[in-house]
Structure formats: C-alpha cells, structure tokens
Design a protein around this ligand. Structure first.
Ligand SMILES: Nc1ncnc2c1ncn2[C@@H]1O[C@H](COP(=O)(O)OP(=O)(O)OP(=O)(O)O)[C@@H](O)[C@H]1O
Length: 277
C-alpha cells in the first residue's frame, strides 16, 4: 500500500509526513501495461487499470475489443505476454506454485455460461467455493465438507436471496437463479475481487437487473472490488460506478459512468472499430 503524496491529497503542510492510509483508496486489483497477442495479432496493447474495494467497474467495448481476454489474464486462464497484475497487494508475476494459487484465490470469476455442477444442489455448489480457499483439493461430496462450511454457504445463499432454494439441484434453477448461486459461491470463496464476464447476457431484463443490483451490493455493501464485462451500456450507467471502455485492445475511456457520453458510446461500438489490427 502506497502513502498518498501531498499532490494526491491536496495538502501542502503535510508534505513530509506520510498520509494516513485509507483502505478504500487502495486498489484490490491493479493491472499495469498488460499485453497479449494471439498469432501475432495484438489483442491487449499495454492496458493499465485498477479496481478498488467498494466499486463496481463495467468493461465496455465492441466484440473482440479484448474485454474477456483482460479478465482471463487476471484469473490466469490466459497467459499474458507482458505487464503486471497485483491482486489484493500481491504481485502475481513474482509468484509460482502454491503461492500463486493462494494469491489467485482472492479473485473469483463468474461467467455468462455458468460453471456450476447441475446435478448438485445450490448449497453443495456454494460449499465448493469455500473448498476452493482451503488448501487441499477435496471432493464435492457433502461428507467431506469441513465443519461450519455449510452454515457459511447458507449465509452466502441467503445473501443472494437463494436460501429457500439451497437444496434444489442447480440444473432445475433458472438462469438468473443460477447466476445468483454462482455469486454466492464467489462469496463463500471469500474472494475480495469478483470478475464477471457477461454475467447477464443470457438473462431476461428483469433477472439481469436483479443480478446487476446484486453485483452493486457486493461492491457497495460487502466492500468487494467488482468488475463486470457488459454488453449493455445502459446497465453500466444504472449500476456501475465507473466504466472502462476498450477499443482495439486499448483503454480509451476510464471514468465515472456519468461521464460516459453518447459520443464515447458511439466510438466504442461503431462498426469495424472492435478488434485490434
Ligand atoms: N484463445 C484464443 N486464441 C486466438 N484468439 C483469441 C483467443 N481468445 C481471444 N482471441 C481473440 O482475441 C480478440 C479479443 O477477444 P475477447 O474475447 O477478449 O474480446 P471481447 O471484447 O471479450 O469480445 P466479445 O464482446 O465478443 O466477447 C478476438 O479477436 C478474439 O478472436
């Protein structure tokens, strides 16, 4: 955590004194000069961004602009070519093996295509999030759940309004309900950073609003750092604090959603502007 300078705090008399540290001012996710090429084609062109505790950041941009690749690089699902990624204060580039796995557990990813085990109950799936943060790989069988995990998982399901469906098989839940279970699983993992890749693209407008409200609550009430790839700028305008706009693998907008003008939206989504050359 870096002390703010007098320039950043706007004070001058405290220039020689370390500023008091403000946890809300510290990014839980800090990405610097991230680059990625596929087959020689630049997909991420040295992007910098951060996400702080307590904020919901929307990633916007045309198809192919690099949004998913960005989140996948953070999660280690895609190997970046360059740049650094800091998660909850740990620089991932300096870590290997168990240390890297442990640092990555601070982040959880929620996908459009929900990665739950359909034949297992909502409760068992949420417990699996808790198992992810425990060291040894364990079976999803309830017989192996550590003491207290079920109670915590129930509390997480309650938090997303799904406690009454805890014992239902996930395969019998609607898309919106499954997405809420996926968020409960991230909560049970005790992730500090939640990355959501098109979490509402497969949902009807009502369910999409519910899931976006929940993402906002995770940021604003649970104080998590939340980043979501969205294809609907209007959802970003209603729910996010900040938007990051990608164009051909570069960030061209990174500001409060209130400053996302229609001209900027046109630039982000106009035809033939998406993919990097
Ligand atoms: N594994 C891969 N191999 C080759 N090319 C890839 C791979 N993953 C992504 N790409 C390419 O990288 C570019 C960016 O893809 P990415 O999925 O990050 O875009 P996006 O902004 O999330 O798009 P969309 O809105 O369509 O989901 C695209 O041209 C895509 O084809």
């Amino acid at each position: 955590m870096k002390a703010r300078t007098s320039h950043q705090t706007g004070t001058s008399c405290l220039a020689e004194m370390p500023a008091p540290l403000d946890p809300f001012d510290t990014p839980l996710l800090n990405v610097t000069r991230l680059t990625k090429q596929f087959s020689g084609r630049t997909v991420l062109d040295g992007i910098d961004f951060s996400v702080r505790a307590g904020e919901l950041v929307a990633f916007l941009g045309a198809n192919g602009s690099g949004k998913s690749t960005t989140l996948r690089c953070v999660m280690g699902l895609t190997e970046p070519d360059g740049g650094s990624i800091e998660l909850s204060g740990s620089d991932l580039s300096g870590l290997r093996g168990q240390h890297l796995l442990r640092a990555r557990r601070h982040a959880a990813m929620v996908f459009q295509k929900i990665h739950l085990v359909p034949r297992r109950s909502a409760l068992e799936n949420v417990c699996a999030g808790g198992l992810a943060r425990l060291s040894a790989a364990r079976s999803l069988s309830p017989a192996f759940f550590p003491k207290g995990l079920k109670e915590e998982a129930m509390a997480c399901l309650d938090r997303v309004g799904m406690a009454d469906r805890a014992l239902d098989r996930v395969g019998r839940l609607s898309g919106g309900q499954q997405q809420r279970v996926a968020l409960a699983r991230a909560l049970c993992q005790r992730a500090q950073v939640v990355l959501a890749d098109e979490p509402v693209s497969a949902l009807d407008p009502h369910a999409a609003e519910q899931v976006m409200s929940l993402l906002g609550d995770l940021a604003h009430r649970e104080n998590l750092a939340v980043a979501a790839v969205l294809h609907q700028p209007d959802l970003a305008l209603r729910h996010a604090d900040r938007a990051i706009g990608l164009l051909k693998g570069k960030i061209i907008f990174n500001d409060a959603v209130g400053n996302l003008t229609s001209d900027m939206q046109d630039l982000l989504y106009s035809p033939d502007r998406g993919e990097a050359a």
